[in-house]
Design a binder for this molecule. Structure first.
Ligand code: ARG
Length: 282
C-alpha cells in the first residue's frame, strides 16, 4: 500500500533554537523553573532539518533574535496559502515581537504580508487541508481571525473548538496526512486525510471532523501527549515524535512511512516537529 503514497516536495521555513528557553508560562507544558538543554535542543533541531533535506524538502531559515525564546516555533508566525501570507498577532505579549523578523523575512523573500487585526497564531491554529483550512479556536486564535483569514485567503475556513489546555493549538491535536492535492500540486479531488485526537475538541467539532474525515487516523491521548499529532507529512513520509508509538503503527498500517525525530527539549515549551516548521505553499 505504501507504494501508492506519493510525497510532494515542500518549501519549509525554520528558525534555529540559538536563543531557545522557557522563560515564561503561556501553556501548561511550560515550567520556567525547569532548565532547557540548549545544546541538546540544537542537536535535535539539526536532526529534524537533516531529515527534511534527506527526503528532498527545501529548508530556509530566519535569523533568530535574542530575547525571543519561542521564535524557534516558526509555524506560529504565519499561514501561507497560494503564495499569500497571513501573518500573526500573538496572544501573549511576550511573543508579539516575533512578527517583526518573520514579516521582514517574508518581505525579503518577495511576499506581501497581511497583518491581521484579530489574535491569531499562524499554522499553530490554521491548518491548510487542500480544499479548505481547518482552524482552531478556544485558547489562542479567535473566530474573528478565522473570518479575516477566509476573506484574505479566499479559502473556506472551518472552525474547530479546542477544549483541553494541553492541546492549546490545533497543530497539537491534529495534522494533515495528505491534502488531497497529489504529487503535482493539482487538486486530486480526494479530499485528503488527517490524524487527530478527538478528546481535544468540543463535541460539535468532533462531529464536524467525523463528517469530513470518516477514514481519519484516530490517535490516543498517549500519542497526543507525546506530541505525535504535531507531525509533518509530505504525503508519504511522516516526520513524527518517536514517543507516539501507537500512532506510528497506525500510520504504517495506512501506508505511510514514519520518520521518527525526537524533539523532547522542545516539548518543555509545548512544541514539537510541526511547531518548528512553517510551510510556504506557493
Ligand atoms: N511556547 C510556545 C507557545 O506556547 C509554543 C508554541 C508551539 N507551537 C505550535 N505550533 N503549537 O506559544
Amino acid at each position: 500500500m505504501s507504494e501508492t503514497r506519493v510525497p510532494r516536495r515542500r518549501r519549509l521555513l525554520v528558525c534555529e533554537p540559538r536563543h531557545f528557553a522557557v522563560q515564561y508560562a503561556i501553556n501548561p507544558w511550560m515550567r520556567p523553573d525547569r532548565p532547557v538543554d540548549v545544546p541538546l535542543a540544537q542537536a535535535q533541531w539539526r536532526a529534524l532539518i537533516d531529515a527534511y533535506r534527506a527526503h528532498g524538502h527545501t529548508v530556509e531559515t530566519v535569523e533568530p533574535v535574542p530575547g525571543l525564546p519561542d521564535m524557534v516555533f516558526a509555524a506560529n508566525a504565519a499561514v501561507v496559502v497560494g503564495g499569500r501570507v497571513f501573518g500573526s498577532l500573538f496572544k501573549a505579549p511576550e511573543r508579539r515581537p516575533e512578527s517583526v523578523p518573520y514579516d521582514t523575512w517574508f518581505k525579503s523573500a518577495g511576499f506581501d504580508v497581511h497583518r491581521p487585526e484579530a489574535v491569531c497564531e499562524g499554522e499553530g491554529d490554521f491548518v491548510p487541508a487542500g480544499r479548505w483550512i481547518l482552524a482552531g479556536t478556544g485558547f489562542r486564535t479567535t473566530r474573528q481571525a478565522h473570518r479575516e483569514a477566509q476573506e484574505f485567503l479566499g479559502v473556506p475556513v472551518i472552525a474547530l473548538t479546542l477544549v483541553d489546555p494541553y492541546f492549546y493549538h490545533l497543530d497539537t491535536a491534529l495534522f494533515v496526512l495528505d491534502d488531497g492535492t497529489g504529487a503535482t500540486g493539482q487538486n486530486g479531488g480526494t479530499g485528503g486525510n488527517i490524524a487527530y485526537y478527538p478528546e481535544a475538541f468540543s463535541p460539535g467539532s468532533r462531529e464536524v471532523l467525523a463528517r469530513l474525515y470518516p477514514d481519519a487516523v484516530i490517535a490516543t491521548r498517549e500519542d497526543a501527549l507525546a506530541f505525535g499529532l504535531n507531525s509533518v507529512s509530505d504525503g508519504r513520509h511522516v516526520f513524527v515524535s518517536p514517543g507516539a508509538t501507537a500512532l506510528a503503527e497506525q500510520l504504517a498500517h495506512h501506508g505511510y512511512l514514519p520518520v521518527p525525530v525526537d524533539l523532547s527539549e522542545f516539548h518543555k515549551a509545548g512544541g514539537g516537529i510541526k511547531c518548528c516548521t512553517q510551510e510556504i505553499r506557493s
